[in-house]
Design a binder for this molecule. Structure first.
Ligand code: GLY
Ligand code: MN
Ligand code: MN
Length: 440
C-alpha cells in the first residue's frame, strides 16, 4: 500500500496527456513481475511511465485514457482477494483504487480484453507502447492486436479501427524531461539520503575491510531512510577496480593507500539519486591521488558553471573533456597541445564516458538528448548528473605513481530559472571536506 498518496500531481499529469492525445486513446501498462529463480521473484518494481500517471504501485495493472467528449481515465487492476492478501499483502482492488487514485472508472484486470475494443473503436490513433522490451511485451501487444482485430470485425456495424499506433512513451518522455515540484521534492530527498550514505562510507571504511563491508554501510543508510532499493547496482571499487567502469563484484580487500570509488544512489519514493565520490581508505590522499582528484574536481566545477537554462545539453560534456584534457597534459599523462589532444582524442585513454545524463524515476532517465539532430537545450526543471572522471590504468606511457588511480565525482543537478541547484550538495567533495569526513 502506498504510505500516503498525494494524488493531484498524478491527476495533472494525466490531464496533460489527455491534452496531447486529443480525442484518441492511450494505454499504458505497468511492469511485469519477474522470476529470479525457481519460485522466487525479484522485488517488484512498477513501470516508471505507468507510475508517473497513476502513483499506483501494484503489479498487473493497465491505465487507459479515453480522450475527447467521453474523456475518462480507466484503471484495470487486481481484484481484492482475501486468500492472496493473507500471503502477499494488501491490494486495493478496483473500488478503492478508483477512489484513492482519483480514476474515473476501475475494473478487474481480467476485463481488459473484453472492454478494450470499446475504447479503441472509432479512434484514429492508438497511443500505446511500441517495442516495450519487457517480458510482458508480447502478451501486451497481443492484447492490443486482439482489440484492433475485434473492432475491424465490427466494420459493417459502422465502427472503424485505429489507423495508426503512436508510441505513447515518446509523448510521456517529453513530459518527464521537465520535473514538476512534486518530483523535485522527492528527488531532493533521494539526493539527501544518498549523500548521508556516502558520508557514512567515508566515516566507516578502513584498510583491511572488504568492499562489501562498505556496501553494507551504504545499504544500511538507504534502507533506514525508507529507500529500500538502490537506484542501480552499486559500484564499490577500491584500488585498481576503480578503473573498471561498471565494477560490481564488491569482493576485494582494501589496502592502506588505496582509493575507494563509490558510485551509489538510492531509489526513494520511485525516484533515483546517483552520486559518485572517491576517497582514500586511510583518510589521507597521497600527492598523486590528490593531483588527479583536483583535476577531476576542477572539471566538475567547470561543468556546474554551464549547467544553466539556455545552454545546450552537450556543452558540459565538452567543458569536462577540455578541462580534463588540459589537466592530463599538465600532469604529464599526455603529450602535445590541447588542440591536438582534443583533435586526436588521446584523452580517451583516461576519460572515456560522457559527463552525465538525465535522472529522475530512472537513473538514466527518459528524454531526448538531441532534437532534430541538435543538442537538447537545458530548461528549468530538467535534472542531470554531472560526473567527469579520470581512470588511469597501468601502461607504458603512464608515470608509475599514477597507476590504478580511478576517480569520478558525480552530483545530481536541477536546472533552475537562474542557474542550478545541486541536489546532492551535502556530500563531502573538496579534498578538505573528504579528508575531514574520513574520521580515523
Ligand atoms: N551509476 C550510473 C551512472 O553513473 O550513470
Ligand atoms: Mn553514478
Ligand atoms: Mn550517473
Amino acid at each position: 500500500m502506498n504510505a500516503a498518496v498525494e494524488i493531484s500531481p498524478y491527476v495533472s499529469r494525466r490531464e496533460r496527456l489527455f491534452a496531447a492525445i486529443g480525442d484518441n486513446v492511450a494505454i499504458i501498462p505497468t511492469a511485469p513481475e519477474l522470476a529470479r529463480n525457481r519460485d522466487t521473484d525479484y522485488l517488484y518494481r512498477h513501470d516508471s511511465y505507468f507510475y508517473y500517471l497513476t502513483g499506483f504501485r501494484e503489479p498487473q495493472a493497465v491505465l487507459v485514457l479515453v480522450g475527447g467528449q467521453e474523456k475518462k481515465s480507466i484503471l484495470f487492476c487486481r481484484e481484492k482477494n482475501e486468500e492472496r492478501e493473507i500471503w502477499d499483502g494488501f491490494r486495493y482492488g478496483p473500488g478503492a483504487a478508483r477512489e484513492v487514485f482519483a480514476i474515473d472508472e476501475a475494473y478487474p484486470i481480467e476485463k481488459l480484453d473484453e472492454l478494450l475494443p470499446d475504447y479503441v473503436k472509432n479512434r484514429k490513433t492508438l497511443y500505446a507502447p511500441v517495442a516495450m522490451g519487457t517480458t510482458n511485451a508480447q502478451a501486451f501487444e497481443a492484447t492490443i492486436n486482439k482489440a484492433i482485430v475485434s473492432v475491424r470485425g465490427m466494420s459493417r456495424a459502422g465502427f472503424s479501427a485505429p489507423t495508426s499506433i503512436v508510441d505513447v512513451y515518446s509523448v510521456i518522455d517529453e513530459m518527464r524531461l521537465i520535473k514538476d515540484s512534486h518530483e523535485i521534492t522527492i528527488l531532493r530527498r533521494s539526493g539527501e539520503i544518498a549523500s548521508s550514505a556516502h558520508a557514512r562510507a567515508m566515516r566507516t571504511a578502513r584498510p583491511g575491510q572488504y568492499e562489501y563491508e562498505v556496501e553494507a554501510e551504504i545499504a544500511h543508510e538507504f534502507i533506514k531512510s525508507g529507500a529500500r532499493t538502490p537506484a542501480y547496482n552499486h559500484i564499490i571499487a577500491s584500488g585498481p577496480n576503480a578503473c573498471v567502469l561498471h565494477y560490481n563484484d564488491s569482493n576485494r580487500q582494501m589496502r592502506d593507500g588505496d582509493l575507494l570509488l563509490i558510485d551509489a544512489g538510492c531509489e526513494y519514493e520511485g525516484y533515483a539519486s546517483d552520486i559518485t565520490r572517491t576517497f582514500p581508505v586511510n583518510g589521507k590522499f597521497t600527492g598523486p591521488q590528490r593531483d588527479v582528484y583536483q583535476a577531476v574536481l576542477k572539471a566538475q566545477l567547470a561543468c556546474m558553471d554551464v549547467l544553466k537554462a539556455g545552454n545546450a545539453f552537450h556543452k558540459y560534456h565538452d567543458v569536462a573533456t577540455e578541462s580534463l584534457a588540459q589537466s592530463m597534459i599538465d600532469l604529464g599523462l599526455l603529450k602535445g597541445s590541447l588542440a591536438q589532444v582534443l583533435e586526436e582524442k588521446t584523452y580517451m585513454q583516461f576519460y572515456m564516458h560522457r559527463a552525465g545524463h538525465w535522472i529522475g524515476m530512472d537513473v538514466h532517465d527518459a528524454g531526448a538528448y538531441r532534437v532534430n539532430g541538435e543538442s537538447q537545450t537545458l530548461r528549468a526543471g530538467m535534472v542531470v548528473t554531472n560526473e567527469p572522471g579520470l581512470y588511469i590504468r597501468p601502461a607504458a606511457n603512464v608515470p608509475e605513481h599514477f597507476w590504478n588511480i580511478g576517480i569520478r565525482i558525480e552530483d545530481d543537478v536541477l536546472i533552475t530559472a537562474n542557474g542550478n541547484e545541486n541536489l546532492t550538495i551535502k556530500t563531502p567533495k573538496t579534498v578538505a571536506e573528504v579528508e575531514a569526513a574520513c574520521v580515523r
